[in-house]
Design a protein around this ligand. Sequence first.
Ligand SMILES: Nc1ncnc2c1ncn2[C@@H]1O[C@H](COP(=O)(O)OP(=O)(O)O)[C@@H](O)[C@H]1O
Ligand SMILES: [Mg+2]
Length: 337
Amino acid sequence: MASYSFSELVKGATLNGVRFIVCGHLQNNRMHPQTSTSPKEQVMTHLELTGVSIDFPTPKGAFRALDNVNLKIAKGEFISLIGHSGCGKSTVLNIVAGLYQATTGGVVLDGKEVREPGPERAVVFQNHSLLPWLSAYENVELAVRQVFRRTKSKAEMRDWIEHNLALVHMDHAMHKRPDEISGGMKQRVGIARALAMEPKVLLMDEPFGALDALTRAHLQDSLMEIQTTLNNTVIMITHDVDEAVLLSDRIVMMTNGPAASVGEILDIELERPRDRIALADDTRYNHYRHEVLSFLYEKQRHPATDEAAGPVKKPEVAQDLQDRNTAKAESKAAEAA
Ligand SMILES: Nc1ncnc2c1ncn2[C@@H]1O[C@H](COP(=O)(O)OP(=O)(O)O)[C@@H](O)[C@H]1O
Ligand SMILES: [Mg+2]
């Protein structure tokens, strides 16, 4: 049997978020530093990160990965997190997921402090983390049982699993195992599994990063469609500037680490539904793209790689520490499930 740990599944299945509609014109475009409050934030805060800082222990002492991250997110908003590799995007997501504890500051979801993983925050990882010996249906079923075993009958659970697989256009292949379907299809199942838990917040860490451009475009369109229907809150990490502009209500741009924080926030005021072909020639779309590129390549020029994409090579000790800490966090997630 392949070396998939239960914690990997639970992590995928237990932690989880998203969308929004705005119209506007180029001149209304707002780019603001993290201290200002956007109109959407003023409507009603659903998810709030306040003064989030985190120190990781290293042989040379504490390493401050994040410093004073503040963000207010309204219900149904689609937020993208963008920044150079190693700046701390996944760390932010892991803190919202409850896998990491902030050293100072914290996260509040609907008035309740986040302290551990929970089914109201589902996570979709770049690597789908499906159990290879179970079919697509059974992978989703596992998560559905975990959340709804006391509230739904067997027949209701079956309908719910099929409904979620249909949402991601996987109903035709639901009895296939992961090794019988493509990477894009596996990622669809991962998304169906997360959605089937009816999370308040969907957390996605570079969900389409490993896919070819065409599959990626299809999945982005599906995700926009689903979010229009469900109106979940989504936080998605991406390296792809076009993906961020196409999908987001706001793009949160992070400064380089160490001690990374929110640099600027860009409101994307493009009406929905959004059509990638039409937007290609839209001056507003190209303006937003330019704003993000200028943040990444001019204001936050990466010292090591000078590019947003591609992993930065980390020192071995730090990497080893990170692996151990991640394993610890995963087993904590398994225990919580
Ligand atoms: N569990 C951990 N233990 C030690 N260092 C970590 C851990 N997780 C992340 N880091 C460090 O924190 C920084 C931010 O990492 P990460 O959030 O993974 O960045 P990103 O997702 O933006 O590429 C990096 O320098 C990374 O090495
Ligand atoms: Mg990351």
